[in-house]
Design a protein around this ligand. Structure first.
Ligand SMILES: Nc1ncnc2c1ncn2[C@@H]1O[C@H](COP(=O)(O)OP(=O)(O)OP(=O)(O)O)[C@@H](O)[C@H]1O
Length: 253
């Protein structure tokens, strides 16, 4: 989203209502409901296997809900016209074609989205992959470089909504700060951001709202100060709410 917008657009938000996904008899996501508002960054937190990726895949139309709904920009993702122009998605940075160069990856998607080649060059610069890196094959990229390319890919269609699964994975401290500034700028221009992460301290600095999930269910949601008592610690609260602290302490005995 490059231009200044006239204010929050209700249809820009992400809205999950009792979203559920079962694999066999087991619920990976179990009755999850939350909203991500325009102008905000929502941090999606949970231990390994909590259901974050499954929920994000349903939001992006890559997994079919067993029940409940996931709407983005007011509709199921798959019924959006030109979804790449409305919703920028980074789900698996490792999935990019290893034999293509970073520039080719973006140029191919730019053609599909009707985006100019100059936007590709602009984004390579924005994510720090301009110069020789743009001409190298993705198989030679570090994880951080793949994340940067994935973020460029998500931004390509100038979307209002960003859905990013573990975007900070593999980024160095400078990269993490760069991403935080980038996402804050996006939200400040009226965009909606949903990002998952294991980096509690980073999410605490970046997100306006937090949604915590464990065993497929939401265990807490709200602003940081609503979730953590004054003087409290997000990590302690996270471990308590997700039942992780107790389990890990018992296992360590
Ligand atoms: N295609 C699938 N078939 C069967 N089970 C699945 C499938 N996809 C996910 N699951 C299960 O659903 C649960 C939630 O997985 P999910 O990947 O959504 O968690 P996550 O919160 O993203 O975890 P992580 O932080 O480790 O990436 C896990 O128990 C996982 O094994």
């Amino acid at each position: 989203m490059t231009g200044e917008r006239s204010g929050p657009q209700p249809e820009d938000m992400i809205e999950l209502n009792h979203l559920t996904k079962r694999y066999g008899g087991r619920a990976a996501v179990d009755g999850v409901s939350f909203r991500c508002e325009p102008g905000t960054i929502t941090g999606f937190l949970g231990p390994n296997g909590a259901g974050k990726s499954t929920a994000m895949r349903m939001i992006c139309g890559l997994a079919v809900p067993t029940s409940g709904t996931a709407l983005v920009c007011g509709r199921p993702y798959r019924s959006l016209g030109m979804p790449g122009r409305r919703v920028g998605v980074l789900l698996d940075a490792a999935a990019q074609h290893p034999g293509r160069t970073g520039r080719e990856v973006l140029a191919l998607s730019a053609r599909v989205l009707g985006v100019t080649r100059s936007r590709v060059e602009e984004l390579l610069g924005v994510v720090g992959l301009a110069g020789p890196a743009a001409g190298r094959r993705v198989r030679g990229y570090s994880l951080g470089m793949r994340q940067r390319l994935g973020i460029a890919h998500a931004l390509l269609g100038d979307p209002e909504v960003l859905i990013l699964d573990e975007p900070a994975n593999g980024l160095d401290p400078m990269g993490i700060r760069w991403m935080r500034v980038l996402l804050r700028g996006h939200a400040d221009r009226g965009g909606t951001v949903l990002l998952s992460s294991h980096l509690l301290a980073e999410v605490e600095r970046t997100a306006d709202r937090l949604v915590m999930i464990a065993g497929g269910r939401i265990v807490a949601q709200g602003g940081r100060d609503e979730l953590v008592a004054a003087g409290g610690d997000l990590e302690e609260e996270f471990l308590r709410l997700t039942g992780q602290g107790r389990r890990d302490e018992e296992a360590a005995r």
